[in-house]
Write a protein that binds this ligand. Structure first.
Ligand SMILES: Cc1cc2nc3c(=O)[nH]c(=O)nc-3n(C[C@H](O)[C@H](O)[C@H](O)COP(=O)(O)OP(=O)(O)OC[C@H]3O[C@@H](n4cnc5c(N)ncnc54)[C@H](O)[C@@H]3O)c2cc1C
Length: 422
């Protein structure tokens, strides 16, 4: 009997209902993938965006658009319409300390048209961006498309296979972009292993009711072994309770009353409202991670956003960095992709390397900044039973007029802003 020939990587292991060709196949309709798809579609490139979920509905995900993102939206002529959607604005971040209020970040001092964080449900943002992209006939969005396999031929990624409600499909593309988030399947299939560091905390997210007369914007409190943040969401507060890494099982064993006590100690004016959290099902645990891949590309494939680098939640910059990656990728790749589309040739891998170079330094820099805040501010606050006092270096920085905008600038823009190339 003749032995069965082993299947090559590019051969489908399932019955594929349909094979479509495009120029760029983007996997993942999060902020990074959605913005990249819009930018490429605007540039006249054939784009297919594949999103695993049937809709964009998300709870307790990043809902913050930093000044850099709003400037990008402005460059695209979309900022004013985006700001017509329901949102709140957080202009500064103030902590209560032993010596009174302490404001390490104040965007209102920055020279920008958008001196605030726009807090908007990620669902609204993604629907808005993909709605814009749909105006271009060269854009195709497939919801409920769970990418399972890469199509690879002789070391070059030629597209993906995805499973949907009614079976398997194949998309063949000159470039495949993995924008499929922190647990990226594309990254795993491509054989990339991110280098991880372990931030010292995890975060529990839950909702608390808002009442008339409540303050607006952001509230942050540190001290006595806990940290709490509250984000104003119009109809409710999105509350974050920061706990030392790995201590969630212990907290659960102690019972939800232990969380009530810790939270009420930090924000006594919300002591009655924390009672609304009655069981753990109402809370969502974010296991905090920080990582970066040493390589973000291989022939025919690029990773962007959380797929290339998972960000710690310090300063809430995950969306910011995913969108800046998308803009940098579009700036570098639009021209070469158009050429490849016209002449039906492969994309030179040097353009993918150039995309990583544009973003890697800025990403490593902000991750270092986050690690510094974690070590110098968050870890001491989580492991001390005394009230929080800001570290000396931060107090010094904020007192010197020429230096005091540095933390706000870093949070708003990173080391340099990314602009959409005309
Ligand atoms: C609880 C929580 C709170 C956060 N809070 C903030 C915050 O306040 N501010 C902030 O800036 N960031 C925050 N972040 C981080 C932020 O959400 C991410 O950094 C950001 O969304 C990354 O964008 P992305 O486009 O790279 O990936 P994601 O937003 O993760 O998008 C990836 C997309 O890919 C899809 N996908 C996954 N696998 C597949 C597949 N196999 N096939 C097809 N599609 C697939 C997913 O469904 C998803 O839509 C938070 C994250 C969490 C978990």
């Amino acid at each position: 009997m003749q032995a069965e020939k082993p299947k090559e990587k590019h051969e489908a292991t399932h019955d594929v209902r349909d094979v479509r060709r495009t120029t760029c196949c983007v996997v993942g309709g999060g902020p990074g993938g959605a913005v990249l798809s819009l930018l490429l579609a605007r540039a006249g490139i054939e784009v297919t965006l594949l999103e695993a979920h049937p809709d964009f509905d998300r709870e307790f995900r990043g809902d913050t658009l930093h000044p850099s993102v709003m400037e990008i939206m402005d460059q695209l002529g979309l900022a004013e319409r985006l700001l017509q959607l329901r949102h709140t604005e957080a202009r500064s971040f103030t902590l209560q300390t032993v010596s009174g209020p302490f404001t390490p970040v104040d965007f209102s001092r920055l020279d920008t048209k958008y001196p605030y964080i726009t807090v908007m449900p990620q669902t609204s943002f993604l629907e808005f961006i993909t709605g814009e992209a749909k105006r271009y006939p060269n854009f195709r969005l497939v919801m409920g498309a769970r990418v399972r396999e890469l199509v690879e031929e002789e070391g070059v990624v030629r597209g993906v296979r995805y499973e949907s409600e009614d079976g398997w499909y194949e998309v063949r593309a000159i470039l495949t972009v993995g924008a499929d988030g922190r647990g990226s399947r594309v990254r795993r299939l491509a054989g990339f292993e991110p280098v991880k560091t372990s931030p010292p905390m995890d975060v529990l997210w839950f909702k608390l009711p808002r009442e008339e007369g409540d303050p607006e914007g952001l509230i942050g409190r540190f001290g006595r072994g806990h940290i709490a943040v509250m984000l104003d969401r119009h109809d409710y507060w999105q509350a974050g309770y920061v706990i030392p890494k790995g201590t969630y099982p212990e907290l659960r064993r102690e019972g939800v009353e232990s969380l009530h006590r810790g939270f009420a100690e930090l924000i006594p004016e919300f002591a009655d409202r924390i009672e609304h959290l009655k069981d753990w099902q109402q809370a969502s645990l974010l296991s905090v991670e920080s990582s970066i891949c040493s390589r973000w590309y291989k022939p025919g494939l690029l990773l962007i956003g959380d797929a290339a680098h998972v960000m710690s939640p310090v300063a809430g910059v995950g969306i910011n960095y995913a969108i800046q990656d998308a803009v940098a990728a579009s700036n570098v790749l639009s021209g070469p992709l158009k050429e490849s589309q016209k002449r039906l040739v492969d994309l030179d891998v040097r353009y993918l390397a150039a995309t990583q170079r544009r973003r890697e330094l800025a990403t490593r820099f902000i991750q270092r900044f986050q690690a510094l805040i974690q070590q110098q501010v968050l870890a001491p606050a989580l492991h001390s039973s005394t009230p929080f006092a800001p570290p000396l270096f931060l107090r010094f920085l904020l007192r010197v007029p020429v230096l005091r905008n540095i933390p706000s600038r870093i949070v708003a823009f990173g080391i340099w802003p990314v602009r959409v190339r005309k």
